[in-house]
Design a protein around this ligand. Structure first.
Ligand code: FES
Length: 186
């Protein structure tokens, strides 16, 4: 189902529950962004505007929060977002060649989404899992000690999961490449 920029009743209900924890509604900005992204997959300009209004805060201020927080998408992403760490430990352990492997396998470049909309590949800074470098995060799941073979297994597992459930899960992850281009309106 495609949602318009205005917030749905369930989104408002969930945001209100977060706002109840704070003296000012704007203090729930990050939670609000996460809630909306869980429902829509990303935050369009129109949705950002609607959310800012709902949180009683300036749109520019909320945009600043969304831009700063690297798990918020400001452009559409695929069903599964692959965040490949490119910080120093992972780089030393071969992140570059894994990145190339993923690009070749998926037929995309970093920052792009596959034509079928299933995968978006994004670089990210240290995931805090350096002992298991090279690492990545897909959706909310971290994977370490990666090899081309383990990548194949991870992607195959996602394939079977999607085929079994028919789900189009969207998760809250983001990247500077996504945010740099600004939002695309609903
Ligand atoms: S450098 Fe990749 S997890 Fe820390």
């Amino acid at each position: 189902m495609s949602l318009g920029p205005e917030l749905s009743a369930i989104e408002c209900q969930q945001i209100d529950a977060e706002c109840n924890h704070y003296p000012q509604r704007r203090a729930a900005a990050i939670e609000g962004l996460k809630i909306v992204q869980q429902h829509r997959g990303w935050i369009s300009d129109g949705t950002l505007k609607a959310l800012a209004r709902y949180l009683e805060m300036p749109e520019g201020e909320l945009d600043g929060v969304a831009t700063f927080y690297n798990l918020i998408f400001r452009q559409p992403v695929g069903t599964h977002v692959i965040l490949l760490c490119d910080s120093v430990c992972c780089w030393i352990k071969g992140a570059d060649s894994l990145n190339q492997y993923l690009c070749d396998k998926l037929g995309i470049k970093p920052g792009q989404t596959t034509a079928d909309g299933r995968f978006t590949l994004l670089p990210i800074v240290c995931l805090g899992d350096c002992d298991r470098a090279p690492t990545l995060m897909i959706d909310d799941q971290q994977h370490g000690n990666l090899t081309p073979e383990s990548l194949d297994q991870i992607l195959a597992a996602l394939d079977s999961e999607t085929n079994t459930s028919g789900s189009t899960l969207r998760h809250a992850v983001a990247d500077s490449h996504v945010k740099a281009g600004g939002g695309v309106d609903d």
